[in-house]
Ligand binder design. Structure first.
Ligand code: PLP
Length: 466
């Protein structure tokens, strides 16, 4: 498989080059030249595979033999060896027609582990094979940072710097990132919000001279490998639910707590690959720019709000451009002009047939704070299950948007222990897993910086060149 940019001025390039490039050099996002389509017969064969076997099947469609099969296999098995559940991403039946896909059994208790533990292996592999130093730079609303650091801490040839918004991540998220003692890790606690962090690093990646001089690599979902890795659990959960319902080719809905449009774009890609998906239900919190896009066709960032689900506190969704590219018929000139317009006027408007297509593929619901807490309380009371606030947004959106009688798989993106701030508000006492409890006794390492590009560049250049 080869890769091209949504803006038309990169490509075709190979898998490893696309992985290392992250953000496309023309400022766009990399997408596969052609989406691989999986036949119904192949889907039947895949039903019986283990999670790791399925990963290998799907990745092989995208890596196109650039990585020897045995090497890929080793990385895949190593990446998922640290997960606490033998199925990696098991499904849990919440009630008739509603299944939870538990994505939080990895080392940092959120779904980011699924892609990032593999990417940690892949960066280490590429660094060794190409004898190359790799400097990872990423922005996090909390979970990406912890997971990426976990994936590469102490690895030779790799340094990682993560920007998080000061005071706007949960306590456990902060501790997971900042209690790591390895010297190849730098945490920058930035004055500002996640959008500020993301904008600054996107600008640094767009500065090709700076990017190459500092050997920058991306772990945010601007990197296509993240999306690729996240398609797997859409397939896997579909097969597990089909076994439970006894209906092996019915369409299902997926409800997805959304911030950067990365995870739900992986669902869209799985659908394009041939998975029988009915609606993709997009769940947001009060930062609901994407809900408004689905309902009205207007993509326009509003005021930033701090919510109970901080990992979704995002206004500018970096993966949105990938979806625009597809829904508008894969026309790079049009994407260039829309993105230029967005820079100048601060909005993108989609109407007519294109909006019709958006609404055929997606439903959306913006979950307000109280609704999120009420959902956690209600499901805990009725089923004994404790949802984290992000997963609760997914479930609330499913309850509101799924058609009666259709089966929905709602993505549980984090373990509730990561977000005890919200759980306490519904007066539920939870017991922390030992790995999380242990964080509270460890010393923290982080550097506070102003939210300016200058201040951040100074810190990262010093760190990467030390
Ligand atoms: C990152 C994250 C999300 C949002 O995922 P996107 O790919 O940014 O849409 C939702 N829930 C949790 C717990 C997360 O960490």
């Amino acid at each position: 498989m080869e890769y091209i940019s949504t803006r038309g001025n990169v490509g075709k390039i190979g898998f490893v080059d696309a992985f290392l490039m992250g953000l496309a050099d023309d400022g766009g996002l990399l997408v596969p030249y052609e989406i691989p389509v999986v036949s119904a017969a192949k889907l039947k064969e895949w039903q019986e595979l283990s999670y790791q076997e399925l990963v290998l099947e799907i990745f092989s469609l995208y890596t196109n033999d650039e990585i020897p099969y045995e090497d890929l296999k080793q990385m895949v098995y190593d990446a998922y060896a640290t997960f606490r559940h033998p199925e990696v991403t098991p499904v849990h039946k919440l009630k008739d027609d509603l299944y939870l896909l538990e994505l939080f059994h990895g080392p940092t208790f959120a779904f980011k582990d699924i892609a990032l533990q593999f990417m940690g292996q892949l960066y280490t592999y590429v660094s060794r094979k190409q004898n190359k130093k790799i400097h990872i730079l990423g922005a996090t609303s909390g979970d990406t940072g912890a997971s990426a650091i976990e994936g590469v801490k102490g690895k030779e040839g790799i340094k990682i710097c993560i920007l998080h918004p000061n005071g706007k991540v949960s306590k456990v998220q902060e501790l997971q990132m900042t209690t790591v003692q390895e010297d190849n890790v730098l945490n920058l606690s930035v004055e500002g919000n996640f959008d500020d962090c993301q904008r600054i690093i996107k600008d640094l990646f767009a500065d090709l001279e700076f990017k190459s001089a500092n050997r920058l690599c991306a772990i945010n979902s601007i990197n296509f490998v993240r999306i690729m890795a996240q398609t797997v659990y859409y397939f896997y959960s579909y097969f597990q639910v089909a076994k439970q319902t006894g209906n092996s080719d019915a369409k299902v809905n997926f409800s997805v707590p959304t911030g950067n449009f990365g995870d739900i774009f992986a669902g869209y890609l799985a659908k394009r690959m041939g998975l029988p998906v009915d609606k993709l239900i997009l769940a947001t919190n009060e930062n609901n720019i994407l809900e408004r896009f689905i309902k009205e066709g207007v993509y326009k960032p509003g005021d930033f709000r701090t919510t109970y689900s901080p990992s979704m506190d995002i206004q500018v969704a970096s993966n949105f451009e990938r979806y625009l590219y597809y829904v508008l018929g894969e026309n790079p000139e049009q994407i260039r002009s829309l993105m230029d317009g967005f820079k100048a006027e601060g909005q993108i408007v989609v109407s007519g047939d294109a909006l019709g297509k958006v609404q055929e593929e997606f439903a959306a619901h913006g979950v307000q704070g109280q609704e999120c807490l009420d959902t956690i309380a209600a499901y805990n009371k009725e089923t004994g299950y404790l949802l984290d606030p992000h997963s609760a947004c997914g479930v609330a959106a499913s309850d509101q948007q799924a058609k009666a009688g259709s089966v929905t798989i709602s993505l549980a993106t984090a373990h509730p222990a990561k977000f005890n701030e919200a759980i306490e508000l519904v007066h539920i006492e939870q017991e922390f897993p030992a790995q999380i409890q242990a964080l509270f006794n460890k010393p923290q390492r982080q550097t506070q910086v102003d939210g300016t590009q200058e201040a951040i560049v100074q810190e990262i250049v010093k760190f990467y060149n030390a």
